[in-house]
Design a binder for this molecule. Sequence first.
Ligand SMILES: *Cc1c(COP(=O)(O)O)cnc(C)c1O
Length: 438
Amino acid sequence: MFLTGTMKINDQGHLEIGGIDTLELVKDFGTPLWVIDEEGLRRNCRMLKEAFARWGDSVVAYASKSLCNMAICTIVAQEGLSLDVVSGGELFTALLAGFPAEKILFHGNNKDPEEIRMALQAGVGRIIVDNFHELELLNSIAEEYGHDVDIMLRITPGVEAHTHEYIQTGQIDSKFGFTLTDGQAMEGVKAAVNSPKLNLTGLHYHIGSQIFDMEPFRHTTALMMKFIAQIKEETGQEIYELDVGGGFGIFYTQGDRPGNPEDWAEAVMTTVQEKARYYGLTVPLVIIEPGRAISGPAGITLYTIGSFKEVTGIRKYIAVDGGMTDNIRTALYGAQYSALLANKADQQPVETVSIAGKCCESGDMLIWDIRLPQVESGDILAVFATGAYNYTMSSNYNRLPRPAMVLVNQGCADLILKRETYADLLRNDLLPDRLKNR
Ligand SMILES: *Cc1c(COP(=O)(O)O)cnc(C)c1O
């Protein structure tokens, strides 16, 4: 079901979230509007943390790329989670939000020297090294700083999770990580062990996103434990941490069958414990990196419906005041979403329509073929599970200003991201004098 967290349909037949009627939110903040359910977000953090903690030592690192700003980083820190960042910009945001640096893990397949310096300066907890180039670069920058750096290596295990090809990452032909199957991973481990300023604490894998089947996690975790045993045998190096990435799937539409966090915890933790016993290894600390599973279901987007176009006998298009600029996922990889009319949330569906954005691209669609009550101009469309990878992938295509984001909880609504203005769009534009004086 797409009503999660504190969402419900109130007595007036309107969608409510965080104890507030969404039509009130629209009146106060306008559309398009990203709305984040604070209680829902916190619950998602706790559910994952508790599910893994039941089995043993574990750390939940929220993948900030799914939804990152000052308020979200602050909430995640308050919930006691760690944080994944993949760029200087995400790191900068987290540090400014007061996120404890030692609980930050820094990922990325092409960290530049400036980003690495920033991470070392801040004292981030772990740097997840992706390739040989980075091993050398990091070691030489660590020499400048004069202290050792705790690192993990990203391993590409050669496992294909059943997900869209652009969001699956564990397969061998991937831009990420040291390949396990051709000996590159062992070479990487040896290079890391021989890097004087680098201290190899753990291994990392991430096999993809929106995964429902827990078997790939079981399988990959077993492969990694075997590799950890081989490392100990060949080099004497012990590995104390295993980071199994993120990718836990959520409900977007009918047909999505997300598991319980308990299923994920069981798959990973029992495999780690069994294999540690089997190979005679210390049970490593397990780190998970969910992004979507925490932020996705906690967010909705509210749009105002404007124009219509009926293609006789084929399709009825309904256009909203946003689109691929605030949610590119449908256009990018055919993502599917559920939605309802927030002002007619108690009415039965009577027609099938397709929801288009307002950009100059035929592919600018949000939802193909959705059943809704009679749609009229001025209705408010609420799209669910837009907390993840909407804002963070947003753009100013067609010079559309980005929407505002509000955080709702127990009847309070606070702006956590201002709506962009036309002036914001021009903030970095420069007009050289020689163009003015022609
Ligand atoms: C994207 C990513 C995640 C989070 O993925 P979700 O599908 O949002 O859970 C975690 N770790 C790494 C390395 C990633 O690239």
